[in-house]
Design a protein around this ligand. Structure first.
Ligand code: PLP
Length: 438
């Protein structure tokens, strides 16, 4: 009997080896990693440069507490990230994962308003279609009903407005642009309702991942969101934990929306699965308000900016940039999208195929015409996951409640190094998994 307190109750295969886009279990079975776990393994599973960088750092110094020292890899990684970051972003706070990065972002927003003499600003607005992490602050920010349900009494009150979800929310007679403005204007209405002097920040994923299966906003949506935040002095926090670090075909996903946030979080692809790491990046203005005010951000974790994690993150970002992998994501993303559309574009139970770069979602519906989802009691997404595992494929299916409706979707986010033949293999295996499940 296993003594590991895992996620589920069923027995799982034991992963014993990883090589490129494949994981192998103890029985020698190969699994094509079609989702990088959950959009994590962007470089595949055996990258020699990342492994060497971790070993080299381990041979120098594994840990030096950040209350006493900075470290070479933390400095080098922060420089690399700021070079790639949207305009105005120039400080990097390193953490151990995505939830920690989101917690830090929320606390930084609060402290910023205390420092500039606006203590009344404490409210956070988020979107119903969102996941920002499983720690209590991040869980309160997220809108995923299933994940929140059991812990509702522990969650700080957060406003949740409508997402930008073209497939389900755009009206037939509405252009994508008009829909984007309408959806974004919900933020303005909510700020007015709460009282602008009480609102601290708005948080959103530029491309929604776990809750919705790679849903990008329509053109103009985030520009309008930025305008509204500026107008009311509300900070814009973009959560790029899943969609950042090249995954969507630009280093930061928000580049494609033509905006810069005040705070942005990244994690999964940053460590590429080699070490646990996340980061919260913020504008110089926020940092300076604190530096010139109370003097320090009142936050911290023992493993904040861990040198081994920073060394891994630095090697990952260097690999992405040095090997032109963001361009490759654009190319392979188009190939993946084309292959998915060829295979499932006319499928009776596929309502939508969407996403950007190597971040794609397939929405499953009972009725294509009415977009009626399957009965959530069928737990279709979980069945697709098991059937795919039997085929030797890892994809990340989920079901979530979106604006009161349940829906099943499959998230596909393979390593950036995926080859054309492996894209064919992925889609063929997914097709067989759907056949046995639906
Ligand atoms: N934010 C987003 C957008 C995520 O997708 C996730 C994880 O899926 C998190 C935050 C939480 O990250 P972690 O699981 O590393 O704590």
């Amino acid at each position: 009997m296993s003594h590991v307190f895992g996620r589920g109750t069923g027995a799982l295969p034991t992963a014993v080896r990883g090589d490129g886009c494949y994981l192998y279990d103890a029985d020698g079975r190969a699994y094509l990693d079609g989702s990088g776990g959950a959009a994590v393994s962007c470089l595949g599973h055996s990258d020699p440069e990342v492994r060497a960088a971790i070993h080299a750092q381990l041979d120098k110094v594994a840990f030096a507490h950040t209350g006493f020292f900075t470290s070479e890899p933390a400095e080098a990684l922060a420089d690399l990230l700021v070079n790639q970051a949207p305009e105005g972003i120039d400080k990097v706070y390193l953490l151990s994962g995505g939830s920690e990065a989101v917690e830090a972002a929320i606390k930084l927003a609060r402290q910023y308003f205390l420092e500039i003499g606006e203590p009344g600003r404490h409210r956070l607005i988020a979107r119903r279609q969102s996941y920002h992490g499983n720690t209590l602050g991040a869980l309160a920010a997220g809108g995923n009903a299933w994940r929140r349900e059991k812990y509702a009494p522990l969650l700080v009150e957060t406003s949740h407005i409508a997402p930008c979800f073209e497939y389900r929310e755009r009206r037939d007679n509405e252009s994508p642009e008009a829909y984007g403005q309408r959806a974004a204007n919900e933020l303005e209405a909510e700020i007015e309702r709460l009282g602008p002097e009480t609102v601290m920040a708005f948080i959103a994923e530029p491309v929604v991942g776990a809750t919705a299966g790679a849903v990008p906003a329509v053109p103009g949506y985030f520009k309008r969101i930025r305008e509204i935040c500026d107008r009311y002095g509300v900070l814009l926090i973009l959560d790029e934990v899943m969609c950042g670090i090249g995954r969507t075909g630009s280093f930061f996903a928000c580049e494609q929306d033509g905006i810069a946030p005040d705070i942005v979080t990244v994690a999964k692809g940053l460590g590429a699965g080699y070490m646990p790491i996340g980061a919260m990046l913020c504008s110089g203005a926020i940092h300076d308000a604190i530096a010139q005010g109370s003097g320090s951000f009142q936050h911290g974790h023992t493993y904040h900016a861990h040198p081994l994690s920073a060394a891994a993150g630095h090697a990952v970002v260097q690999a992405i940039l040095g090997r032109s992998l963001v361009d490759r994501v654009q190319r392979q993303g188009e190939t993946l999208n084309g292959t998915l559309c060829d295979a499932f574009g006319q499928h009776a139970n596929v309502g939508d195929i969407r996403g950007r770069g190597l971040f794609r979602g397939v929405e499953l519906v009972e009725d294509r015409e009415t977009k009626r989802p399957f009965d959530p009691a069928r737990k279709l997404h979980a069945k697709v996951k098991s059937a795919a595992m039997k085929e030797g494929l890892i994809v990340y299916p989920a079901g979530g409640t979106v604006n009161g409706r349940d829906g099943d979707h499959i998230l596909i986010a393979p390593p950036f190094i995926i080859e054309d033949a492996q894209i064919d293999e992925l889609v063929a295996k997914l097709g067989r998994a759907l056949e046995t499940t639906l």
